[in-house]
Design a protein around this ligand. Structure first.
Ligand code: PEP
Length: 251
């Protein structure tokens, strides 16, 4: 099954509007091969401005989170319709920083996934084990729980799509990357799990991204793995030259 690679930049809580515009401008100037998707996920304050910079290019706009409700008393959150309004097509959900720093539970993440899909945003559901969980052999149990709970009640197929991002918590922002073997092992596990939850052909279409200190030096090896369908990139997405190289990974 050919899955179209997706290279996504998660800018986290970085960039003023002017910095975001400059970075987006520089990224769309890099050569982007036609056989892959590129997504930029700037902070909420810069979504509209970045959306304008990338309009007319092939680059996609994504949000770093999304609420399940369209509007109302949800101070500090942002609605799927607001994100669609500024041109977002995807939303990162369940990032480990949301889980760990802001206490987002699987149940809340599940509501976010459902809300995004209901409004036509493709969720990028992030999952990942901590170092302690890996060292105590709980990786697969934890990932299975996050996938099952995050996707509880979610129907896929007939145009309803999700993306999964495997981001081992110990590899995020630490400079430590999962080995290609560790990444492939988990991605295959997740795909097989998805095949038990959905149909096999649906599972084989789901893009599973790897995230955790992806950089210009390791992207080619990671992308060379059968079940690694893209990358969710933090630090290295904040510089146009390194993200440009990541976008141009060699297969
Ligand atoms: C991330 O936050 O999604 C991430 C993978 O960060 P980094 O690339 O900096 O490890």
């Amino acid at each position: 099954m050919e899955r179209r690679p997706l290279l996504a930049g998660n800018w986290k809580m970085h960039t003023t509007v002017a910095e975001a515009e400059d970075l987006a401008r520089a990224i769309i100037q890099s050569q982007i091969p036609a056989d892959r998707d590129v997504l930029l996920a700037p902070p909420f304050t810069a979504l509209s401005a970045v959306g304008k910079v990338i309009s007319g290019s092939a680059v996609l706009l994504g949000a770093q989170n999304v609420c399940w409700e369209e509007k109302g008393a949800f101070t500090g959150d942002i609605s799927p319709t607001m994100l669609k309004d500024v041109g977002c097509s995807m939303a990162i959900i369940g990032h480990s920083e949301r889980r760990q720093i802001f206490g987002e539970s699987d149940a809340m993440i599940n509501k976010r996934v459902a809300g995004a899909m209901q409004h036509g945003l493709t969720p990028i559901l992030c999952i990942g084990e901590t170092l302690d969980e890996r060292e105590t052999d709980q990786t697969f149990r934890v990932l299975e729980e996050q996938v099952r709970n995050g996707l509880a009640g979610i129907v896929l197929g007939s145009g309803k799509k999700i993306i999964v991002a495997y981001e081992p918590v110990w590899a995020i922002g630490t400079g430590k990357t999962a080995s290609v073997g560790q990444a492939q092992e988990v991605h295959l596990f997740v795909r097989e799990l998805l095949a038990t939850m959905y149909e096999k052909n649906i599972a084989s279409e789901i893009r599973i991204l790897y995230g955790g200190s992806v950089n210009p030096d390791n992207v080619d090896d990671l992308m060379g793995q059968d079940d690694v369908d893209g990358a969710l990139v933090g630090g290295a997405a904040l510089k146009a030259d390194s993200f440009g190289r990541i976008i141009n990974f060699n297969k």
